[in-house]
Design a protein around this ligand. Structure first.
Ligand code: ZN
Length: 454
């Protein structure tokens, strides 16, 4: 990544040391990430949320044309113009697009309706084919998902996530990254994850290599929970057993373990590790679940298509301010209005996203074809993987942990020109292993959990 030229040069001066085996690349924090943490603005986020709320309703079935002041069409056009302004400020660095499709009749769509995803693409410099997607849904609802007329301010659900995506585009577009980042806002979430599903389907058709997807949904940290310790953290939901698992993969998993080691779970661990490294007063709370109890979100269509994805949501939801007609009943106020959004909290969640996306997009890709060789019965563990094609690769790290521990606890740097490693006298029966790639600046990819290989 260009922003660290000075550091790369200093490493090159001692290239002989770097190239010698088992020299562990430096792990110091990235100065540009530290700058971006400061650039993320709660004021900007507040302005975006208030603007989105000002459209009265953003119900997916609300008016789309001829009214710039009300309805989902007005919100769509405003988001599009915000992305365009951000792009103008970075010499056209973003490709801004309205991705419109005709949604057929569905349980919450009484007649065929046009839906429009609004996306901005920040193309990667050296590995543009590797893509990360960060998303929020810009539609809203009141009590009924098909009521297109009622006021549905949707300040927390999900103007907060949409505002985070816009702020990420603003701050991150001022930098260059190895891989591509797509800033995505979608409608139709409340009608059945429709905008996200369309994007995921298109990505499969065009063979887009999405290496990670985050959905931000309800990240406003409602103010009624002001004194809860949970307000210093945000939940990151990740599934254990992949939604896309085949019967054969299920059989393998049952015979070797790994129900706690899906690619999405590795992504969640990566997010926690990176975010906790930079943010001292705000932490990631990993939840080992696909989503909240019996509920869903826009990461699920991505998971079902085999992509790696997580959901990011505040820790304390207040259901009086979610999916409610705005009203006061028995002295209790109901409604998803901006008074119940904590803009500083949203800014912190936006920082968690930024840190993780930047760390992913400057790091090497995950190693491919990582396996545990099972040709012999042994108390050693024989790992193998394919050689990386990343030009600034420093090498590989093998990680491991006790089987009952939730996060990776141990690692060893095994060098650059190797694609095998034997963990001596450490049985694959007793530990979980993984492999990740490391570049010369010390940026690490997420871990890949090996599959058995004969
Ligand atoms: Zn939502």
């Amino acid at each position: 990544m260009k922003i660290k030229i000075i550091f790369v040069l200093s490493l090159c001066l001692c290239a002989s040391v770097v190239n010698s085996l088992a020299q562990k690349p430096n792990e110091k924090p990235n100065a540009e990430i530290q700058k971006m943490i400061r650039e993320i603005s709660a004021k900007n986020i507040e302005a975006s949320i208030r603007k989105l709320v000002s459209f009265g309703t953003r119900n997916t079935l609300s008016e789309q044309e001829d009214n710039p002041a009300r309805g989902i069409g007005a919100a769509r056009d405003w988001i599009f113009s915000e992305f365009q302004k951000i792009s103008a400020d970075c010499a056209g660095c973003l490709t801004v697009e309205k991705q419109t499709f005709l949604q057929a009749k569905a349980p919450r769509v009484p007649e065929p309706t046009n839906l429009t995803n609004v996306v901005a693409v920040l193309k990667g410099t050296t590995n543009p084919e590797r893509v990360y997607v960060v998303s929020g849904h810009y539609d809203s609802m009141c009590t009924s998902p098909t009521d297109a007329k009622c006021d549905a301010p949707g300040a927390n659900d999900d103007a907060s996530g949409t505002a985070a995506v816009i702020e990420l585009a603003r701050v991150m577009s001022k930098r260059k990254f190895d891989a591509t980042i797509i800033f995505m806002t979608v409608p139709g979430e409340e009608q059945g994850l429709l905008g996200a599903r369309y994007f995921a389907e298109q990505a499969v058709q065009t063979k887009m290599n999405i290496e990670g997807m985050f959905t931000n949904d309800i990240i406003g940290g409602v103010t009624t929970q002001k004194n809860s310790p949970n307000r210093k953290k945000v939940r990151v939901f990740s599934e254990g057993v992949p939604s896309s698992e085949t019967e054969a993969e299920g059989n393998t998993r049952r015979s070797v373990g790994g129900e706690n080691d899906s690619a999405s779970r590795q992504l969640a661990r990566f997010i926690k590790e990176q975010s906790d490294k930079y943010l001292k007063n705000f932490s990631v709370w990993m939840i080992y679940r696909r989503d909240r109890y019996l509920r869903g979100g826009d990461h699920i269509p991505f998971l079902e298509k085999g992509f790696t994805a997580v959901r990011i949501t505040e820790s304390d939801e207040d259901y009086t301010h979610q999916h409610q007609n705005v009203r006061t009943e028995n002295g209790i106020f109901y409604g998803d209005t901006p008074e119940y959004v904590d803009f500083e909290y949203v800014a912190n969640v936006t920082r968690v996203n930024m840190i993780s996306l930047a760390a992913l997009a400057i790091a090497p890709a995950r190693p491919q074809n990582v396996g545990i060789v099972t040709a012999r019965l042994t108390n050693d563990t024989d790992l193998k993987w394919d050689a990386s094609t990343d030009t600034d690769l420093a090498g590989y790290e093998v990680v491991w942990r006790d089987t009952t521990v939730p996060v990776w606890t141990n690692s060893v740097f095994v060098g650059a020109n190797v694609t095998t490693y034997t963990a001596k006298a450490m049985s694959k029966d007793n530990y979980f292993f993984g492999v990740r790639a490391v570049d010369k600046d010390g940026n690490r990819s997420p871990v890949v959990y090996p599959r058995p290989m004969r």
